[in-house]
Design a protein around this ligand. Sequence first.
Ligand SMILES: Cc1cc2nc3c(=O)[nH]c(=O)nc-3n(C[C@H](O)[C@H](O)[C@H](O)COP(=O)(O)OP(=O)(O)OC[C@H]3O[C@@H](n4cnc5c(N)ncnc54)[C@H](O)[C@@H]3O)c2cc1C
Length: 443
Amino acid sequence: MANRDMLTKSHVCIIGAGISGLSAAWEFSNSGFEVDVFEREALPGGLAGWFESAGTTLEKFYHHIYNKDQDIIQLIQELDQRENLVFKSTITGCFYVNRIYRLSSPADLLKYKPLKLLDRFRLGLLALRAKAVKDWKTLDTLTAKEWIIRHAGESVYTILWEPLFRSKFGRYAPDVSAAWLWSKLVQRGGSRGKTGSEELGYFKGGYGLLFKELQTRLGARGVRIHLKSPVQEIGIEDGRATRLKVSGEWVKCDAVLAACQLPDFLEAGSTLPEEYRRELGEIGFLGNTCLVLKLNRRLSETYWVNITDTGCPFVGVIEQTNLLDETHYQGYHFAYLSRYMDIQDPFYGMDARNLFEAYLPYLEKIFPNFEPDWVLEKFLWREPHAQAVVSVGYSRKIPADRTPVPGLYLTTMAQIFPEDRQMSNGIKLARRTARLIAQDLRR
Ligand SMILES: Cc1cc2nc3c(=O)[nH]c(=O)nc-3n(C[C@H](O)[C@H](O)[C@H](O)COP(=O)(O)OP(=O)(O)OC[C@H]3O[C@@H](n4cnc5c(N)ncnc54)[C@H](O)[C@@H]3O)c2cc1C
């Protein structure tokens, strides 16, 4: 009983109400802790945040899940929302020179004409080779480029993979770790249904609905979520994190969990040990912009079109209504035009009108029937820390859950490696860190 009293007195403050911060809060809410979550924005959700249109919520940045994303599926179940999670066999394609090639299944791969037949086989063999890898860390000593060229040849790299890496990592593409690619090949291979096509999941009503539900359920369990409450400083006294400065006021606590992106953590942690700040500062990020088009008809049947034409200013067209059909959106269609880039890139700062003008010739090339008057509305979203640069040797840079400052913990996207930074992986990490904090506080 004395132990229980001690637990109820423990007070944890969480920075950030994205999926990680709220999942950690959910984990804590089961263990009798006093929990405050501070979020600088007016809504929770972070990178998985939403906007409203066509009578529903849509993500600012496209979001699907894989059927192997166990941790988000479990969270959805715990929130009694399983009936809203739907999976669908989706079409993936690749735009090369003048047409979209279907690249959804191993059979499509064998028909991928831009590569010679022998190269298509070698590409397939690369995926099989990936499955046989026992210890991914051995791959983190190689770049993905080296690994692909070694096992599948130069053409497979330059024709298929190089443009895909460029689309996600920009100028860092040649440095990306082979371990990251390995994880992607294994994970995506594992999310195929009986037909060999990928099965992707989505939350009906949008993740906005899931966040609203999580917020309500956390509130009912006594967790306080403070919106429009930026954390300005992490207070360290006698070498221990003991408080947060929020909107000019200090809030005392027993433990702090930073559930935000690394650059934001470093900004609030200006008094963290210099060496630690330097190490974390070495991890670079790319920004992303998504121009979301509300359309009066569909662009194509493909959910995800990768663009491997190097001149194109966007790198993917993700047609949301090919994942969840238009009947859920009052008959309208939605497509995301995505671009990753350094935030110094002139495209990062462009407004929706100029961006659309720059994108228009390519939209017409990719979808030959496309007419600008199909577009009824445009929404533009940008995010400076959309993807950590996972270059070779990244496993040595992954920050630990416990920081060097007692009482201060970290759960952040940049810790997710070699897996991709899916929400599900963020939830897994956040819940693990919450259990670690509980364990430390009980000592
Ligand atoms: C373009 C794009 C596409 C993606 N696609 C997918 C996908 O298809 N499927 C998938 O599963 N995942 C996808 N993701 C990844 C997913 O969005 C992230 O992994 C996840 O949302 C990260 O959640 P988080 O809580 O760790 O961080 P965040 O969502 O970044 O949350 C951090 C929160 O902290 C707040 N914050 C920061 N600093 C402070 C401060 N000082 N005080 C108070 N609050 C602060 C921020 O406002 C934010 O709300 C995608 C991401 C991007 C960018």
